[in-house]
Structure formats: C-alpha cells, structure tokens
Design a protein around this ligand. Structure first.
Ligand code: ADP
Length: 287
C-alpha cells in the first residue's frame, strides 16, 4: 500500500503544482488521470523520491519515502515522462548498465533477468540494436524493461502511452496489463482510454488537487440514465450541463449530464469514463 498524506508543492515561480494530495493506493494498477498541467508529473517524481515536496508524507510498505529515499529506490521501478537522449549503445548493453546502477550483480542471474525482460517486452529480436534507432513504442517498452530490472514492488509509469500510434498503444496495453500482480503500479495519463483499458481504480486530478477517486467501473455506472446526446446543442440556459462535443463521421455529437433529457432531440447515451472526467473537471472549476 502506498499512502500519501497532505502532499504540497509550490515551485519557485509561484505555481502551486500540488495542493493537499491525499491518496491510498493499493496493490494493482492505479490510474492518475488529469489534463496537462494538473500536477501529475510533479506527483510522480515526488512518489519516486527524485523531487521533494514542501509538505506531506509518503509511506510505502513501512518505508518513509521522504526520510529514506534510498530504501524506496531498492523497491522502485520508474518510467519517467522523458527519458532524455537515447544512447547509441545496444538495448542489452543499456539494460546491463542500468542493472549495475541499480546494484544488481553482473552475473548469470542478472543476464537471465534481462533475457526474461526482453522476452516480456517483445524486444528479444532487437536486443543488439541501438536504443537510439528504436521507434516510440519500442522505446517505451525498453523503458518498462529497465523499470522492471530489480523486480520492483512499486512501479511508477509517467504517461507511458504518450505519442504512440494505435498499434503500439495496444501492444503497450497488453504489456502493462501483465505487470500488476503483487505490485503497486501507478500510471499517470491524460488519455481516458488508458485508464479504461488498464485501471480498476482511478483518481482524477486537476490544478494540483484530487477531485475524485474510486473504482473506474463505479464512477461510470453512477452516471447511468443521466447522460444524453444529440446532434444539436441544447439551448443556452438549459439546466443540463454540457460535457463534450465530439464528431461521429463529421456529425456533431453533443453530450450532456442531466436528470432528464434537455429536449426531445436528445436520446439516452451509455455513460463513459470520459463523461465522468468532463463532469468532474467542469464541476470543480475554481471560483
Ligand atoms: P502534468 O504532468 O499534469 O502535465 P506537471 O506536474 O508537469 O503537470 O506541472 C504542474 C504545474 O507545475 C504546471 O503548471 C507546470 O507548468 C508547473 N511546473 C512543472 N514543473 C515545474 C518546474 N520545474 N518549475 C516551475 N513550474 C513547474
């Protein structure tokens, strides 16, 4: 269990990136969903003990993360949002190098572990290739392989699917869906579909605050019978809350939240996590 209490961070430029974050994160795949600038990366870096908050506490399996970051790092796998420059060293050489940095011995056990991870991430056939030549999806899979090197009990994945094409995204979903097991996995994203595909539990964050959290399925089911859609927007002044306007093959689809249809042009729609996401963002605007 990862326990976060009253975490706060204001950057020197005055941006309040985290404001009283409280979260209890159990074993399994936990999603942190929020728009760009919500504070997700700041929170992820803080959970990974590479950035200090101004206040608050983080406990993981008895480790006081802020007081003893070294103890945490022994149990942590971290996939940062940006990996920096990709080296010309081969994928296997990089994994061996990173294993040494994590304190793993350069022996047969580590070599076997690297082989297993290459297999798991579907990179065995590319182990001799320079990471610099990898596609975006392969780089992310390499990033996950390095994060798993020490068989971590806590895995922090900061926007793992950003910039991937649909096929690479699907491949990554498949890989990520196999990872949770006995670990705590925290995955941050601004892509609602990432959460729908992977996470049983989610917290929605905005402007440095957790604005809702719960079981993904429950957050969606609670909207049943209250989501309406129509190709024509409701007239201004309607009591219904407009959630989104999307397009289906060029035709607008306006979605609203209301106890009853805004007018006779509206039909009931099956609620989605995206509806919940927009409802929470719109209901939690600062005054
Ligand atoms: P997200 O990952 O959800 O996009 P971030 O944690 O990156 O959010 O950023 C939250 C807010 O903090 C944003 O307004 C961002 O501009 C600001 N911010 C992030 N890092 C820094 C920094 N090093 N210095 C100043 N402001 C920052």
């Amino acid at each position: 269990m990862l326990e976060v209490r009253n975490l706060g961070k204001t950057y020197r430029n005055g941006v309040n990136a985290l404001s009283g974050i409280d979260l209890s994160i159990p074993t399994g795949m936990f999603g942190l969903l929020g728009p760009n600038g919500a504070g997700k990366s700041t929170l992820m870096r803080t959970l990974a003990a590479i950035q200090l908050p101004d206040c608050g506490t983080i406990m993981f399996d008895g480790i006081d993360v802020l007081a003893d970051p070294v103890a945490l790092r022994r149990r942590l796998g971290y996939l940062p949002q940006a990996f920096g420059a990709y080296p010309h060293a081969s994928c296997r050489t990089m994994l061996r190098h990173m294993a040494l940095l994590k304190g793993l011995a350069d022996d047969a056990v580590t070599a076997r572990r690297i082989d297993e991870l290459l297999e798991l991430t579907n990179l065995s056939a590319h182990a001799g290739r320079a990471v610099a030549t990898f596609s975006g999806g392969m780089r992310q899979r390499f990033g996950i392989a390095q994060a798993l090197l020490g068989d971590p009990a806590l895995l922090i994945l900061d926007e793992p699917t950003a910039g991937l094409d649909p096929e690479e995204r699907m491949r990554l979903y498949y890989l990520l869906s196999q990872l949770s097991g006995d670990r705590v996995v925290v995955l941050s994203t601004h892509i609602v579909d990432d959460i729908e595909q992977l996470c049983t539990e989610v917290a929605i964050v905005n402007k440095g605050k957790v604005i809702t959290r719960g079981a993904t399925a429950t957050l969606v089911q609670d909207l049943a019978g209250r989501i309406w859609e129509s190709p024509i927007a409701a007239t201004p002044g309607s009591a219904a809350m407009q959630l989104s306007t999307a397009f289906r093959r060029g035709t607008p689809v306006h979605r609203y939240f209301a106890e009853s249809p805004p007018n006779e042009a509206f039909v009931a729609a099956v609620p989605s996590l995206e509806d919940r996401y927009f409802l929470e963002l719109k209901s939690n605007q600062p005054c």
